[in-house]
Design a protein around this ligand. Sequence first.
Ligand code: ADP
Ligand code: MG
Length: 241
Amino acid sequence: MTTLRIEGLRAEVAGREILKGVDLVVSSGEVHAVMGPNGAGKSTLSAVIMGKPGYRVTGGKVTLDGADVLAMPTWERAVAGLHLVMQYPTEVPGVHVDDVLAEALRSRGRDTASLGAEIDREAARIGFDPSLVTRALNVDLSGGEKKRNETLQMAVLAPRIAILDELDSGLDIDALRDCARRVEAATHESSLGVLAITHYVRLLEELKADMVHILVAGRIVASGGPELADRLERDGYGAFV
Ligand code: ADP
Ligand code: MG
């Protein structure tokens, strides 16, 4: 059982405070959805948890089973079991997905002997063309292929807590269903804990949220069960500010 605990987190970007005291606890097997309007600080939250450069934490803490996440460089956070599926996956010319995964597994002290078979299995499971695995990372992939690729990487690495920053952005209905289902399966098969940032209830039809949190202007203004997402769909964010 793993717990990611975010307490009173405050952070600024370019001298402007974006996160104004965020509290959130995600444990193994749970799905927490974070919904909020554009500019609310959702991507900032994911960036601060993973240690993306350019963000300054001005208060609060983030711990993974008690270990101080904010004190770790990004690679250590990943080795500790945190994984980010990016809103806009980065293109890395010249670097292949299978090489990235092999390196990531080695840094976790894990065996890479069965990696090829594992990638093939996951590619089939998620509907990702296996020939794309030997292409440069995300280069010349469609939006849907990028997210399938990102989800495949998550599945192979089997993190303890995954943060999905708008997994649904740039995805068609089929790709969204395949990716969301794979993440949902991981919550059962390997007790993955999920922090799913999204605008749309549609994602939550496949990825069942235990809790929904509404982030507005850097603060969580409401938390509740899945019915909160339905209320949001009906009434909009206006009802929460
Ligand atoms: P969301 O993901 O909820 O749409 P973001 O976290 O991306 O929101 O952005 C929150 C606010 O922080 C926005 O006003 C955005 O312009 C600003 N911001 C985010 N990243 C940067 C950055 N690197 N430099 C300057 N401003 C930024
Ligand atoms: Mg965002």
